[in-house]
Structure formats: structure tokens, C-alpha cells
Design a protein around this ligand. Structure first.
Ligand SMILES: [Zn+2]
Length: 380
């Protein structure tokens, strides 16, 4: 039976907290990493119904997509609605863990599950996040010190490429310098030109460990004034990002696509509605789990025939389908909860694969979409 800490490490490998938006609140909300976990419950929303379910099924961990405490708090009194939930979870030994915008951009992430449910192929990010910011370090050292220097730079976090570490390129050449009065040279004497057989070492450096890598360089390099370049590398669009765009196996009219989406998504009272010509052919589809209104333009740029997301508003919808006229991209508005719930099953499957029978993983089937009634107007 794994400990909570081990589960959190695995979850953060899939949904790195560094990928979350700066305004977001992800990670462990409550729980002791040292305590064992034998049952996990997954849900979209941390609300009284799902907290009760976690307690009732005997889960020691509730994983949700939405944060409980998104805005700043300075206390969790039990008579506050959110504070009360924290109290209930702690008293019942239920830990709470959140993977929100870091799960949106992950591969696989929230919108991958949605795209898969709709049968999209050749899926790519709608708004690709840049790969981690990198610098390139170029440093020159005497041959004899080169390997030791590479070791030290590696230990400080330089030279990581995917599943490889200690990656470096070396070339041999000749360095030259003249120590001035007052210098304390490792090689040579003040006032005399020196020529030294040196190795040029090149390694990538994640920008976040720039200071640690330069400190390691200075502490291990034998020279009083080591020569090095630290180059700012251009950003590269990565595999991760918000939303997905892909292709349907067959081109279908909008009315058929909407019917298929309504049947495929988890059931809600809201269902699915669309803005656009019901006969418009749909082949390329963009999706964004949750509130994707800010990605309408990304979807249009990606050449989507339809964009399925949640929380779309009147004016942007009017602009998108009326002002742009014939052939405009259709907007498909689903219930927020229904666009994110499919992700729970993919996380549950991954947890079962990772922990086997040592952890019982369950997905809440409670519909926590807040809209409980939806009545189309009767014909007049
Ligand atoms: Zn959401």
C-alpha cells in the first residue's frame, strides 16, 4: 500500500505543478504524505457531495480537477463553507489533491480525454505551451578538468534532454590569456602570454537553475576567471498546451456532430447546444475542456469547423457565427462538468496501471454540474 507522498509524486510526474497558470492553486490541499492510501476517489468538483462520497466509500484521498481554495485564504474555520469541507476531510482522514490547469496542458490531459471521446484523430494542442525555457552554457576549461566540470554542471541541473542527463558537447582547442599584475593565475605568470590546451564544453541549462549552474561552474573551474558564455535560447512550441484540435473520421453536418457529442459526453441537464448553420460540414474539430471562450480565435486559426467547449457567452457567440457570415466556425457549448469528467477515467486507468491492486481507484459518478433544469421553450 503506497503512502500519500508516493501518490503525490506520481501525480506530479503526470501533472507537473510548474505547468499550472500563475493564478491557479494546485497540489495537496490537506493530508499527511506519510499516511498510507488504499482507496482513491476522483471527482471534478470538491463539493459537499463528493467529499461525503469520499468519506462514505472509505477513501483516504480525494483527487479533484477544480481547486477548493482558489482565492487567497488566511484561515479554514469550520463554519465557512470551504473551511468546513477542509475540517470534514481532515477529521475523516481524507487527503485532498488538485490537478487543474497543470492537467489541462498535460499530455495526456483533460482535453485529450474529451477529444478521444469525440473520436478525434491526429490530435494536437490548440494553444501550445512553449517548451521549458533553456539557456546554452559554453565554457572553456583545461583538458584535465573537463570531465570533472561536466560532472559538476550535471549535478547542478545542466545537460538534461528528455530521458537523458549529463548531455554535453566537447571540442578541443587552444585558449590564450595574459595574467595582469595582481592576478593569481592557476597556469602561467603575470605579464606573460600563455597558451593552454583547453576543452570547449556546451550544455543546455534550464533557466530556472541558471544561478545554481553558474555557481557550480565557478566553484569547480580551476581558473580565477573562468571564460564562459550563457546564451538565451529561443522559445520552442512544445507538445503540451491548452485545448486540442483534431479530425473526425468522416465529415458530418453540424446537427449530427452535436447529436453525437451529446450522446458521447457524460449526461447533464444542460446537454449540448450549438451556434451556426446546422448543415455546416464538420471535419476539423477543436475542443477545450472547461471554460474555453478565450480560445475561440485559436480554434479559428487552427482551421476548425467547430469548437466545442463550455461557458460560451452571447456576444462572442454572435460575433463568431453571425458577423463572420457563411462558412464561419460553429460554436458548440457543452456543460462545463461534462467536458472535464471524461479526464477522471483516464487518470483512474493510469493510477490502476501504476499501483495495480495495492490501491482501489474509483471515479465519482455524481453529476456536480450546478444546472439541474433545462427546459426548451415550447412551440408558440
Ligand atoms: Zn473546469
Amino acid at each position: 500500500m503506497p503512502g500519500l507522498g508516493e501518490l503525490v509524486t506520481v501525480l506530479e510526474g503526470w501533472f507537473d505543478p510548474r505547468w499550472a497558470e500563475s493564478w491557479d492553486a494546485v497540489g495537496l490541499v490537506c493530508g499527511d504524505p506519510a499516511e498510507p492510501v488504499e482507496r482513491v476517489l476522483l471527482a471534478v468538483d470538491p463539493v459537499p457531495a463528493t467529499v461525503s462520497e469520499a468519506i462514505d466509500v472509505g477513501a483516504q484521498l480525494l483527487i479533484t480537477h477544480h481547486p477548493l481554495l482558489l482565492t487567497g485564504v488566511h484561515g479554514v474555520p469550520a463554519d465557512d463553507p470551504k473551511g468546513g469541507l477542509v475540517h470534514r476531510m481532515i477529521r475523516n482522514h481524507v487527503a485532498h489533491y488538485v490537478a487543474h490547469t497543470n492537467a489541462d496542458v498535460a499530455r495526456p490531459g483533460v482535453s485529450d480525454a474529451l477529444a478521444e471521446l469525440l473520436g478525434l484523430a491526429d490530435v494536437r494542442p490548440l494553444d501550445a505551451q512553449d517548451e521549458e525555457a533553456l539557456d546554452k552554457l559554453v565554457v572553456f576549461a583545461p583538458h584535465a578538468d573537463a570531465e570533472r566540470l561536466v560532472d559538476a554542471l550535471d549535478a547542478a541541473g545542466a545537460g538534461r534532454l528528455g530521458d537523458y542527463d549529463r548531455c554535453a558537447w566537447t571540442t578541443d582547442g587552444t585558449g590564450t590569456f595574459r595574467p595582469l599584475d595582481g592576478a593569481n593565475p592557476t597556469i602561467g605568470r603575470a605579464g606573460e602570454i600563455e597558451r593552454v590546451a583547453e576543452t570547449r564544453i556546451e550544455m543546455v541549462v534550464p533557466r530556472r537553475v541558471r544561478a545554481e549552474v553558474v555557481a557550480a561552474l565557478r566553484s569547480v573551474h580551476p581558473y580565477e576567471e573562468p571564460a564562459f558564455d550563457l546564451l538565451h535560447m529561443a522559445a520552442i512550441p512544445g507538445r503540451r498546451g491548452t485545448g486540442r484540435v483534431g479530425e473526425l473520421r468522416a465529415t458530418v453536418p453540424l446537427r449530427e456532430f452535436v447529436a453525437t457529442a451529446a450522446a458521447a459526453l457524460p449526461r447533464t441537464e444542460w446537454g449540448v447546444r450549438a451556434a451556426g448553420d446546422p448543415d455546416r460540414p464538420i471535419h476539423t474539430v477543436a475542443v477545450c475542456g472547461g471554460s474555453g471562450a478565450s480560445h475561440v480565435e485559436d480554434a479559428r486559426r487552427a482551421g476548425a469547423d467547430a469548437f466545442l467547449t463550455a461557458d460560451l457567452k452571447h456576444h462572442p457567440a454572435v460575433e463568431a457565427v453571425t458577423e463572420l457570415g457563411e462558412g464561419a466556425m460553429a460554436l458548440v457549448d457543452a456543460a462545463h462538468w461534462a467536458t472535464e469528467a471524461p479526464w477522471l477515467d483516464t487518470v483512474a486507468a493510469a493510477l490502476r496501471e501504476r499501483f495495480g491492486t495495492t490501491v482501489d481507484v474509483r471515479v465519482s459518478r455524481q453529476v456536480t454540474d450546478p444546472w439541474t433544469l433545462h427546459v426548451p421553450s415550447p412551440p408558440k
